[in-house]
Design a protein around this ligand. Sequence first.
Ligand SMILES: *Cc1c(COP(=O)(O)O)cnc(C)c1O
Length: 393
Amino acid sequence: MNKEYGFATKQIHGGHTKNLPGALTSPIYQSSTFVFDSAQQGAKRFAGEEDGFIYTRLGNPTEMELEEKLAGLDNAEAGVVTASGMGAISSTMHTFLKAGDHMIASKVVYGCTHSLFDEGLRRYDVDVTFVDTTDTAAIEANIKENTRLIYIETPANPTLDISDIGAIAKIAKAHDCLFVVDNTFCTPYIQRPIDLGADLVVYSATKYLNGHGDVVAGAVTGRKELIDQIHMVGMKDMTGSIISPFDAFLVSRGLKTLDIRMEKHVQNAKKVVAFLDGHPKISKVYYPGLESFKGHEVAKRQMNLPGAMISFELKDGRAAGEKLMDAVELLTLAVSLGDAETLIEHPASMTHATYSPEALQKAGISEGLVRLSIGLEDAKDLINDLDQALAQL
Ligand SMILES: *Cc1c(COP(=O)(O)O)cnc(C)c1O
């Protein structure tokens, strides 16, 4: 694949195997295992002396196509695809952390990521400090002798906190820590953490990468030496979090339209934000594209577009939020994000229900916070629906 090709060309042609018998779209290799020509060949493949497939948990052509496509879009050397975003994150942590290590994580992260770090990893005697990673100095101040890894989400789910990827990469390098960025909210079309100095980028491919609400999947991209370890240790042996070839095919298919989808998502989000900002029943809108938003300047530097995730607080708190979610007609009440459908949800009782009330407060996730994932519908229909629903409060 020519590295000079543009984003759209890479999202369509990346990873495609040219030696297939004339098919425009690669076939789905829905096979659990691969046949050896001879005992000698089988032994050589297991010994790593000969390239070739062995068993789908160790590699599969359909998955490899997606891995190469995604790595290309992220300007990464390699990628590995997993059964879910949590599979990607846990496989990465299991590969690089061991008992006695310390890690630093953003205090605002996806709910299950928070419980993996706060409860899961502590069971294995990994010490975790949650830090406000929008404050670069706070990261430096919390680094210990045994800090091995720094993990951030930017924009963070659901407050859209912006952390400075380039500045944190420098700290990570200076202290010999692996730097991992969850780029689910942006996708490589909007933000490329590897270019800014991150070691590894993790994704819930369930969201924008697939984009059609019909797959649960995950991915990690980064240097080949690191990705090989995740593949052969964390993924193969420790979590077994392998994606099915059919799901990998669907994500590759979704990726072919990533750029135009992201453009439309963002166009719609900007229009919805213009409607919500200053609305008499809303006290605060969280959106990186708003000049009044705390992380706006950093966001402008590291993101090509402000994204299509919006959170807002209603003046009348949780009760108003619940009422709003029941009052919408076109907007769909569901967790997840990045789909063609606009989704509305309540983080405190849904995606972030794993946080304790104290952790919610510390993370700045209020009981009245409502999160929107803006879809690909006509913006005027979304605004009309929000308008009629807000009028009912
Ligand atoms: C959804 C999500 C995850 C988890 O991904 P799954 O595919 O649901 O396992 C991780 N990080 C972020 C930011 C998410 O939104």
